[in-house]
Design a protein around this ligand. Structure first.
Ligand code: PBE
Length: 270
């Protein structure tokens, strides 16, 4: 594509995140499926390392291709980022974030089950918490508490018909990204107000599914579907209860700065 060969400039490397992420697995698939990505590598380290490299590239107007997703504060901080078109649909179109419960939870902890079943919010709500945590430097747990105080109508919807309990334990298993730290902490706070003694355990995606499937954890609100966590979901399907989407309008894909004059994954070169 013309005089600049971005692919060569980025050394045929996608700047990725943690090896255990759904988007990492999905990107490995994209590398297999797209001729334009033949011979490319997915560099895997951490979300923090990806953001640092993105930051540097943007400061220098260098090309960079990262694995990106929404909701994430990077789209607020760097408004000139774009998703590359994905004509093969490897990353899907829109994703939802689902709530999954362990088998037997409904019978054993009906009130908590009801609350997580009713838990539902918007992209802007989640981003509000991520942004507030980023800006204030406060712990997500603190920010989530503030959010709960400021959104009594939402909380009333989630807790409708939920009766108080007396210190019953509840374990939420979650992935470690800001998005899921936000949702897990908000749900934990709502449950705490109903008398639950809540623990949040952050683990790799594989362990999230495994823990809910084998009953080590009560629930997760962090399952990205239909594409991001597809392999994990299918591996344990029927071993958990799918309570449906708690957030709609999430997205994953390959993301580049606007100043890169390409639009599609197929504009990259092997
Ligand atoms: N993410 C954020 C995760 C889920 C939440 C898109 C980086 C992933 O598994 O890829």
């Amino acid at each position: 594509n013309g005089e600049v060969n971005y692919s060569e400039e980025v050394e045929y490397t996608i700047t990725g995140i943690e090896p255990g992420a759904g988007i990492t697995v999905t990107t490995e698939k994209a590398i297999e499926e797209y001729d334009s990505l033949s011979g490319w590598e997915l560099e895997q380290a951490s979300t923090a390392a990806m953001v640092t490299q993105l930051d540097e590239a943007i400061a220098n107007k260098d090309p960079i291709v990262v694995t990106g997703w929404n909701p994430h504060w990077k789209f607020a901080k760097y408004p000139d980022l774009k998703y590359l078109d994905d004509p093969k649909g490897i990353y899907g179109d829109v994703e939802v974030i689902k709530t999954l419960a362990r088998l037997g939870l409904e019978e054993e902890k009906p009130n908590a089950y009801k609350l997580i079943e009713q838990f539902n919010w918007e992209v802007e709500d989640m981003e509000g918490i991520m942004y507030d945590a980023q800006e204030s430097g406060d712990e997500v747990a603190e920010v989530a508490k503030r959010w709960i105080e400021d959104h009594p109508d939402k909380v009333a919807e989630w807790t409708e018909g939920v009766e108080d309990v007396d210190g019953e334990a509840f374990e939420i298993v979650s992935t470690p990204w800001d998005s899921e730290r936000a949702s897990a902490n908000v749900v934990a706070e709502a449950l705490t107000q109903k008398g639950y003694d809540v623990t949040i355990t952050p683990v790799d995606v594989a362990v999230v599914f495994e823990a809910v499937a084998n009953g080590d954890a009560d629930a997760t609100v962090a399952a990205w579907m239909p594409m991001t966590h597809k392999d994990f979901y299918e591996k344990f399907e029927d071993e958990f209860v799918d309570l449906g989407a708690n957030l709609e309008g999430a997205k994953i894909g390959l993301v580049v700065p606007e100043y890169m004059d390409i639009d599609s994954i197929e504009d990259l070169e092997p």
